[in-house]
Design a protein around this ligand. Structure first.
Ligand SMILES: Cc1cc2nc3c(=O)[nH]c(=O)nc-3n(C[C@H](O)[C@H](O)[C@H](O)COP(=O)(O)OP(=O)(O)OC[C@H]3O[C@@H](n4cnc5c(N)ncnc54)[C@H](O)[C@@H]3O)c2cc1C
Length: 317
């Protein structure tokens, strides 16, 4: 079922969902299931599965360093299919512009259709680790808007190059990313919002936000989005702080601000176990306020271990 239908059917009740990251190549998928199992009692209607782009690594061969391409966390679509089968939930594979040609994306979309995956999160992706700025892959899309258009084209029966008729049109529901504190490359929040509107006009059905720690930022973002004509659901993304290092890493990587009260509480912790508890409590307060405000879904970013997401969900769902 489409995410937008799950939201409609909930009749104003806030739903619970979360995002998972595929295991590193070579690791057993059982570890992933062990972390998802405890969250299933909160009845997530959907689970997102991230995708990571290719990386270049240098490996020694015959005494020389050879540049090789690798993907450390492959398997997004396979994991989605497996979760749908195992848990009977909908899944949302993240689809990236970076690292993929339009043709490769088309094959991926065809796989999704065969597997009964009805939702996709369309993203540009970040710059490759060896590049300072994002550069479009040769033959790929430069921005998420192009990817949204490609998916919409397929929904209306148009392949990239072939004009064979489809027996059954796909009808993918498309999510896109939104940034309450603006995307790190955007010159201003206003210009970033205009870009979001372009994604919506291209056919996006719902938005999931980047993590934020101050709900006011989300409320203002939703209001500003409405004011420029964005009327699709805007799902807040919540990340519980889990280790002290997040105080440096999250602002650096995502260019987001952390409230002083949260910084002080984390600074006052002696162990990462205490930090994890502070992160849980902060996320519970955030989630309660967002739920009271009637957000459609509370979507949690779970990196690996899910005990903190369970502790939060227990208070909310
Ligand atoms: C909910 C969520 C899930 C994510 N999941 C993943 C994941 O699984 N894997 C992963 O690698 N990354 C993921 N990301 C990170 C995301 O890929 C990065 O934030 C990326 O840098 C931007 O992606 P986007 O889809 O928002 O890009 P876009 O919407 O294309 O925007 C990128 C930048 O370009 C600007 N822009 C857009 N259109 C134009 C235009 N026509 N001309 C000039 N500028 C323009 C925008 O303002 C913005 O600054 C996720 C992010 C979020 C919020």
């Amino acid at each position: 079922m489409k995410i937008t239908d799950h939201i409609k059917n909930a009749n104003g009740e806030t739903l619970f969902s979360f995002e998972i990251v595929p295991p590193v190549k070579g690791k057993n998928i059982q570890h992933l299931y062990d972390n998802i199992d405890p969250l299933m009692e909160f009845k997530p209607p959907f689970i997102d599965v991230t995708t990571s782009r290719e990386e270049f690594v240098y490996r020694e061969k015959d005494g020389l360093l050879e540049k090789q391409v690798t993907r450390m966390r492959p398997g997004t679509v396979g994991i989605c299919a497996s979760l749908q089968h195992k848990y009977g939930v909908d899944t949302v594979p993240h689809v990236l512009c970076g690292g993929f040609t339009k043709e490769e994306t088309e094959y991926l979309l065809v796989d999704c259709q065969y597997l009964g995956i009805e939702n996709l999160m369309a993203l540009r992706g970040d710059a490759r680790k060896d590049q300072q700025y994002f550069e479009a892959t040769k033959g790929g899309h430069s921005y998420a808007t192009g990817l949204v258009k490609q998916i919409k084209d397929l929904n209306s029966g148009k392949y990239l190059h072939d004009d064979c008729e489809m027996d059954h049109l796909p009808d993918f529901c498309i999510g896109v990313a939104g940034y309450p504190e603006k995307h790190l490359e955007a010159p201003s929040l206003k210009s970033d919002l205009k870009r979001l509107k372009e994604k919506v006009d291209a056919g996006a059905d719902y938005v999931v936000t980047q993590m934020f720690f101050d709900n006011q930022k989300y409320f203002e973002f939703v209001e500003a989005a409405k004011n420029i004509g964005i009327h699709i659901p805007i799902i807040p993304g919540i990340k519980p702080i889990a280790v002290k290092r997040h105080l440096q890493v999250l602002p650096q990587v995502f260019r987001i601000d952390l409230p002083q009260d949260l910084i002080d509480a984390v600074d006052g912790c002696n162990t990462n176990k205490d930090v994890r508890q502070v992160g849980i409590e902060w996320a519970i307060q955030q989630s309660k306020e967002l739920k009271e405000a009637g957000v459609p879904v509370l979507h949690y970013y779970s990196m690996g271990k899910s005990d903190n997401i369970k502790a939060i969900a227990k208070e909310l769902f």
